[in-house]
Design a protein around this ligand. Structure first.
Ligand code: PEP
Length: 242
């Protein structure tokens, strides 16, 4: 089976017609497409092989939560994956570990596979806080999981500083060795808690370096932002991950 590619379109594209074209061009069995909310239905109808994902959800089932979307609502639209704890949400929308943990639980209880993003900022890295941050982010989620969770949790190691929009000129993304070390560390936190986890990597991944990330022991896929918006580039990535 191919490795998993999660396409995080973020707040792109601008028009439904463009979302449709992009979804059709990205349709492959080992791909998860995460469009913005307004295009979820359109993308869902266009996909024959790829799975549908959401970029967020709210943990309550229904009620007076203006602007929010529940896991039940997403499930009814055919969504089977959800990105949670992305650094955009943590940084811009004040999402703290407690909220992210509740969202992960809500997703699992409704049969949606969470893709939990964890990762250090540049400042964390500079002050040797990487492992402390990962520890805090993952432990909070694990401590709140619904009892007897059998569903899979995908953990995405995404160093915030290595995301394409943050990576500064002259800076190199983490090495395969760094990533393998982090995966080992995250595995040790999960330990024998009984939760089934898999690990993916995210941060400026493109067709040139995808294979080197997918070859890292313990890595079973990639979260792809900017490159997932370029159909020719993403098609190359689909072939590599197959
Ligand atoms: C992301 O922000 O989730 C991401 C993977 O972005 P990029 O690939 O553009 O670094």
């Amino acid at each position: 089976m191919g490795k998993l590619l999660i396409a995080n379109w973020k707040m792109n594209p601008k028009k439904e017609s463009e979302a449709l074209t992009l979804a059709r061009a990205s349709d492959a069995s080992h791909v998860v497409i995460c469009p913005p909310f307004p295009f979820i239905a359109t993308a869902g109808k266009a996909l024959k092989k790829a799975k549908l994902g959401s970029q967020d959800l709210f943990y309550e089932a229904s009620g007076p939560y203006t602007g929010e979307v529940s896991s039940e609502e997403l499930k009814s639209m055919g969504v089977s994956y959800v990105i949670l704890g992305h650094s955009d949400r943590r940084r811009l929308f004040g999402e703290i570990d407690e909220i992210i943990a509740k969202k992960v639980s809500a997703a699992l209880l409704n049969g949606i596979t969470p893709i939990l993003c964890v990762g250090e900022t540049f400042a964390d890295r500079e002050t040797n806080q990487t492992f402390a941050v990962l520890d805090r982010q993952l432990k909070m989620v694990l401590s709140q999981l619904p009892a007897g969770t059998k569903e899979e949790l995908i953990i995405c190691y995404e160093p915030v500083w290595a995301i394409s929009t943050n990576l500064k000129e002259g800076m190199e993304p983490p090495t395969a060795e760094n990533i393998a070390q982090v995966v080992e560390y995250l595995k040790s936190i999960v330990g024998n808690s009984g939760v089934s986890v898999s690990f993916i990597y995210g941060g400026s991944v493109n067709s040139t370096d995808l294979k080197s990330y997918l070859d890292i022991p313990g890595i079973s896929g990639a979260l792809v932002g900017a490159a997932s918006l370029k159909p020719v580039e993403f098609k190359k990535m689909i072939k590599i991950a197959k």
